[in-house]
Write a protein that binds this ligand. Structure first.
Ligand SMILES: Cc1cc2nc3c(=O)[nH]c(=O)nc-3n(C[C@H](O)[C@H](O)[C@H](O)COP(=O)(O)OP(=O)(O)OC[C@H]3O[C@@H](n4cnc5c(N)ncnc54)[C@H](O)[C@@H]3O)c2cc1C
Length: 505
C-alpha cells in the first residue's frame, strides 16, 4: 500500500484552516494525505473577516470561533523560520526540522506599516509591526483586543481614535468604532475615500454617508508623525488630537519565507500557476500570500478546495481559474458593492455611445439621497460597477457579473434594479434563479441551499451547517433566513417528519 503524502502547511489562518478541513472532508481517515498545519497564531482558523464586529460589539469572540466558519480549531503557536528545499524540510522557531513531501504556504498578509516617525518608538506592543504607545493595526484577534482596549480608554475620557487609511478596512473599522461610542476621524491622503474602488463622485457620496453615520474624515492630507499622548501630525501643519491610532494602511503578502528559499515572488505575492504550484513543484501557495487574487476570502477558500482536490487525488486535474471580484463594504447603514473594474480611461465617456467596441459607461447620481450607480459594459457584458445605496440593482447586477451573462438592453431599468425579472429579482424566493450566488465567501448558490433543504436541512442554521453559507462575512444571513422561510412555505415536503432525500419535480 502507498504511504500517505506528507503535507506540511505553513499558516493557520482562514485559508490554511480551510485547506485542512477540505482535505479531511475528502480523506477522513488520512489514508491518502497526512497533513500538519503549523501556524504562528495561538488559535488558528478563526474568522478574521468578522473582527470589525468585535469592535462594534455586535459579535463576541465565540462568534469568530473556527467551527463557525467551517474549520476545526488548530492550536499550534508554531512559527516556521526557514525552508530547506533540497532536504525538503522546514525549520520551526522551537528548533524542530520537519520533513515534507509537499509544502503549502498559507502565510497570509501583514499590515503595511508606513515609515512614519513615532510608530516604532517605545514598548513592544503587538503583531502589527507598530510598537508605539496607542498604535495598533487590525489584522489579528490580538490586534482587535488591543484596539478595543484603546477605544474604551479613549471613550472614557472623551478622546478620539485616528484611523489612518480610508480604504475598505479603515472605513469598516471606523464605522464599528463609532458604533462602540468612540469619536473617530479617518485620515486619507486621496481627495476621497476608497479611491481604489470608487471614482470621485461615488467617493464624495460615500463620504457624506459616512459623515451622517458619525465617521469624520480628513481627506487630501498625509500623516507625518505620531506623537503618543498628543495625536497625529499632518502635512498641512495641523495636529489631529487622538488617544489612539489605527493603521489601515494596506496589507502586503507575507512572502518572507518564500523569498528566503528562492521561490519566484511578484509584486502581488508568491507566484503560482493555476494549479497553485510555485516555481518549486513540491511547494504550493494560496490565499493572501499568493499572487492569485489575494485580499478576499472567497478566492482563498475556492483555492483551498482546488488544492485539496489535487492533493487527495480526488481531482488531480482541478485548477483555480479565478473568481469574479466583488467588494462589499460592511458598514451599518451603508450599502455599497463594487464589481470588477469600474474605471475607464476617459471619464468623459459617460453619457456617450461607445465607439469601436470601447466601454459603455452609465451613471446615476443622487447625492442628496446618498445614491450612486455606475455601470461599465464592454459589448453587452458588465465589466465593472459601483452600486451605492441601490441594493436592488446590486443584487441583480452581481448575478449578471458572476455569470458573465448578457445585460438586458434597458440599461436604465438595470441600474434601478428593475430589469431582471424573473432572473435577477434580488429576493430569495421564486424570482431568484438556482445559479444565483447567495453566499459569496463560500460560493454557495441558491440551488445548493435548495438541495440541502431537500436533504433535510430545515432551518437557516441547518442550511449553514450543510453548505457553510453565512459562515464567512455573514452578509448573506438575512437572505438565507428568507430562503429558509420561503422553502418552508412552498415545499410540500417540509411539513413531513422525515426529511426528503431527493428534490421534488
Ligand atoms: C479586519 C479584516 C476584515 C476583512 N474583511 C473581509 C471581508 O469582508 N471580505 C473578504 O473577502 N475578506 C476580508 N478580509 C480579508 C480576509 O480576511 C483574508 O483574505 C483572509 O484572512 C486570507 O486568509 P489567509 O489564510 O490567506 O491569511 P491570514 O488569514 O492572514 O492567515 C495567515 C496565517 O499565517 C500565519 N503565518 C504567517 N507566517 C507564518 C510562519 N512563518 N509560520 C507560521 N505561521 C505563519 C499568520 O500568523 C496567520 O495566522 C478581511 C481582513 C481583515 C484583517
Amino acid at each position: 500500500m502507498n504511504r500517505a503524502l506528507n503535507v506540511v502547511v505553513v499558516g493557520n489562518g482562514m485559508v490554511g484552516a480551510r485547506l485542512h478541513e477540505e482535505t479531511l472532508r475528502r480523506d477522513p481517515t488520512s489514508r491518502r494525505v497526512r497533513m500538519t498545519v503549523l501556524g504562528a497564531e495561538p488559535v488558528g482558523g478563526y474568522n478574521r473577516v468578522l473582527l470589525p464586529g468585535l469592535l462594534s460589539g455586535s459579535l463576541t469572540e465565540a462568534d469568530l470561533a473556527p467551527e463557525r466558519c467551517g474549520a476545526s480549531p488548530l492550536a499550534t503557536g508554531t512559527t516556521v523560520v526557514g525552508i530547506d528545499r533540497a532536504a525538503r524540510t522546514v525549520a520551526t522557531a522551537d528548533g524542530r526540522q520537519l520533513p515534507y513531501d509537499r509544502l503549502v504556504l498559507a502565510t497570509g498578509a501583514r499590515t503595511a506599516v508606513p515609515p512614519l516617525p513615532g510608530l516604532r518608538e517605545d514598548g513592544a506592543d503587538g503583531d502589527s509591526g507598530a510598537s508605539a504607545r496607542g498604535v495598533t493595526a487590525l489584522r489579528t484577534l490580538a490586534d482587535a483586543r488591543r484596539l478595543r482596549r484603546l477605544a474604551d480608554r479613549a471613550r472614557a475620557v472623551g478622546a478620539r481614535i485616528a484611523v489612518l487609511g480610508g480604504g475598505v478596512l479603515g472605513l469598516e473599522a471606523a464605522r464599528a468604532l463609532v458604533a462602540r461610542g468612540v469619536a473617530v476621524t479617518v485620515v486619507h491622503p486621496a481627495p476621497h475615500v476608497m479611491d481604489r474602488q470608487l471614482d470621485a463622485p461615488a467617493g464624495r457620496v460615500l463620504g457624506r454617508a459616512l459623515h451622517r453615520t458619525g465617521v469624520e474624515q480628513r481627506l487630501g492630507v498625509t500623516a507625518v508623525r505620531w506623537e503618543p499622548g498628543k495625536g497625529l501630525h499632518l502635512d498641512d501643519g495641523s495636529v489631529l488630537p487622538a488617544a489612539g491610532l489605527l493603521l489601515c494602511t494596506g496589507a502586503r503578502a507575507d512572502t518572507a519565507l518564500a523569498e528566503e528559499c528562492g521561490l519566484d515572488v511578484g509584486p502581488a505575492g508568491i507566484a503560482v500557476d493555476d494549479t497553485l504550484t510555485t516555481s518549486d513543484p513540491d511547494i504550493h501557495a494560496l490565499g493572501d500570500c499568493a499572487d492569485a487574487e489575494p485580499g478576499l476570502i472567497q478566492p482563498g477558500w475556492e483555492q483551498a478546495g482546488v488544492l485539496a482536490a489535487r492533493l487527495t487525488g480526488e481531482d488531480p486535474y482541478a485548477r483555480y481559474l479565478g473568481t469574479p471580484r466583488v467588494t462589499r463594504l460592511k458598514a451599518a447603514g451603508i450599502e455599497l458593492a463594487c464589481l470588477g473594474d469600474p474605471f475607464v480611461t476617459d471619464d468623459g465617456l459617460a453619457g456617450h455611445a461607445p465607439a469601436d467596441g470601447g466601454p459603455e459607461v452609465l451613471r446615476l447620481e443622487d447625492p442628496t439621497r446618498e445614491r450612486y450607480a455606475k455601470l461599465v459594459l464592454h459589448g453587452d457584458r458588465v465589466t465593472g460597477a459601483i452600486l451605492l445605496g441601490v441594493p436592488d440593482a446590486a443584487a441583480g447586477l452581481v448575478q449578471l457579473y458572476d455569470k458573465g451573462a448578457p445585460a438586458p438592453s434597458d440599461r436604465l431599468a438595470l441600474m434601478l434594479g428593475r430589469a431582471l425579472p424573473p432572473e435577477g429579482g434580488g429576493e430569495t424566493g421564486e424570482a431568484l434563479p438556482d445559479h444565483a450566488m447567495v453566499c459569496r465567501c463560500n460560493s454557495v448558490t441558491k440551488g445548493a441551499l435548495r438541495s440541502a433543504w431537500y436533504d433535510g436541512a430545515r432551518s437557516a442554521r441547518e442550511l449553514a451547517d450543510a453548505t457553510r453559507a453565512t459562515t464567512g462575512c455573514g452578509g448573506c444571513r438575512g437572505a438565507v433566513e428568507k430562503l429558509a422561510a420561503w422553502l418552508a412555505e412552498t415545499d410540500p415536503l417540509s411539513s413531513r417528519d422525515t426529511p426528503a432525500t431527493t428534490a421534488p419535480r
